[in-house]
Each structure stands twice: as structure tokens, then as C-alpha cells.
Design a protein around this ligand. Structure first.
Ligand code: ZN
Length: 272
């Protein structure tokens, strides 16, 4: 079981703790992990080489041991724990956006990335002002406008509240099971196959930003505008089958030529 797939536990990742730490956004993860588990167990999904390779890389992050530290290193230990979770986030986003995996693998990687999004800037914040910033998960006490990109909100964004480390670590055993199955070599004589990903459709009012990285520590950020009417605010009708994302504008234009990656679309949407 993925821990988050169980009924909400008073101390679990789906509820805010007494310390004010945000709950993890795990609704998509519960759904996708359960689907993946069922497909893999039934043989409906026999991962191809690209899926198995990406899964093995993420699995290495999920199962990475923490560095050995003495008792005097409690502070470093806390950073080690968050760094391990941050590497899971980065690995999931990297393989999601690299475009090599199958649609069901992309759905699973996106759900992992969403669950671990509180670690996108912790412990190492993005080194440039234009680097990607994702919304603080709902339920947090973040100041209004913290997800915006103006100078006035930089300080708040640069000091993210403590991520829910215990809740993030509680997901590791369940995810390790799923990714171990996904990374396993196919039985001899069987070809790869995968189920059709379940497409989704939603409405999103807000900006969608595409991030470029022309050089190390240099980022660019462009807000997508409708090529028909230059609207940048939506509300967009977002349709995704994990092969492509199409955006529908209120003016009637629909396009998949927006240049946005899966993560740039999926991670700004509410968890559902
Ligand atoms: Zn338009």
C-alpha cells in the first residue's frame, strides 16, 4: 500500500499536523499508484525499456540511504532527510519531462512530483529569480500572493515553510514497492505493453509558465499567451492524455503548440 492510499490518518500525510506543517498533496498519487499497482500485477502493463529505466532511476532515489552521521549532527541529519526527498522530486520531474516514458508512467511520475512538490526548493532553493516556482500546497499558511513572482513576494518564497518531512518519508515504502515492480525486467518471451492512460480534463484560471535554462544558473520564464487573443489568464480548458496537453482558451482557440512541459502544467493545477 502507498501510505497515502489509506484512510486519512490523524498523524498521516493527508492532514495538517499540530506544528502547522502543510499536508502533502497526495490525492493524485494515491490514484495513480493504485492504478499502476493493479496494471502491473495483472500484466496489463509490462514496462518497456524506457519505463523500466526511468523507474530504476527514481527507485534509486527512493531507496537512497541517508549519509552516516554522528549524534552531534542532528541539524545536518534534518537537511539530509529533506535533500533525499528533494532528489526524488527532481528525478520524477526530470523523467516526466524528458518525454521518453509511456503515458501511464508519465501519469505516475507526475503524481510523485506533485506529492513531493514541497521540496522543490528545500533544502536547496532555485538559484535564480526566474527559476520555476510552484504553488505552496493548499492548506498551508502561506501569505496571500506567495505564489506570485513579484519582488515583494520573493522573501516569502525564498523562505518556504518547513516541508512535512515525516509525511514525505512515510510515502517511501509504498512508492518503493510500485517502482520496484515498474523497474523489474519483463519475463522472457513477453513483449512490452501498456494500458491506455486515463485522460483528464480540467479548468485552470491562472498563468502557465514555461521555463528555459539556457545556461547553468540562468533561467528564463515565459508566460503562455493564447496565440489567438493574447489572453494569459485563462481560464484554460486543460486536456491531457499524457502524450500531449491541449489548452483551450475562452476565445475558442485550442492548441497543443504551447511549449509547456507536463510538469509546468500539472504542478500548478490543484491536486485532484
Ligand atoms: Zn484566446
Amino acid at each position: 500500500m502507498v501510505p497515502g492510499a489509506e484512510e486519512p490518518d490523524p498523524k498521516g500525510p493527508t492532514s495538517a499536523s499540530a506544528s502547522g506543517v502543510s499536508p502533502l498533496p497526495v490525492r493524485a498519487l494515491r490514484r495513480e499508484a493504485e492504478r499502476a499497482r493493479g496494471w502491473l500485477e495483472s500484466g496489463v502493463w509490462r514496462p518497456d525499456a524506457a519505463d523500466a529505466e526511468a523507474a530504476a532511476r527514481v527507485l534509486a532515489r527512493l531507496t537512497a540511504p541517508l549519509p552516516r552521521r554522528g549524534a552531534a549532527w542532528a541539524r545536518a541529519r534534518a537537511v539530509d532527510r529533506d535533500r533525499r526527498l528533494q532528489r526524488i522530486w527532481r528525478s520524477a520531474v526530470h523523467h516526466l519531462d524528458a518525454g521518453a516514458v509511456s503515458p501511464p508512467a508519465a501519469a505516475l511520475l507526475a503524481a510523485v512530483a506533485r506529492a513531493y512538490v514541497p521540496w522543490y526548493g528545500t533544502p536547496n532553493p532555485p538559484p535564480a529569480a526566474a527559476a520555476p516556482r510552484y504553488p505552496v500546497p493548499s492548506g498551508s499558511a502561506a501569505p496571500e500572493g506567495a505564489a506570485a513572482h513579484g519582488a515583494a513576494t520573493r522573501d516569502a518564497a525564498d523562505r518556504p515553510e518547513a516541508p512535512p518531512t515525516d509525511a514525505g518519508e512515510a510515502l517511501l515504502p509504498g512508492l518503493t514497492d510500485v517502482f520496484t515492480a515498474l523497474a523489474a525486467p519483463a519475463p522472457p518471451g513477453t513483449g512490452d505493453r501498456y494500458p491506455a492512460a486515463v485522460p483528464w480534463r480540467t479548468r485552470y484560471a491562472g498563468h502557465l509558465r514555461h521555463y528555459g535554462r539556457p545556461a547553468r544558473h540562468v533561467w528564463t520564464a515565459d508566460t503562455f499567451r493564447c496565440p489567438g487573443c493574447s489572453n494569459a489568464d485563462g481560464p484554460w480548458t486543460v486536456v491531457c492524455d499524457w502524450r500531449r496537453v491541449t489548452l483551450g482558451c475562452p476565445c475558442g482557440l485550442t492548441t497543443d503548440r504551447h511549449g509547456l512541459t507536463f510538469s509546468e502544467v500539472f504542478l500548478v493545477l490543484p491536486d485532484a
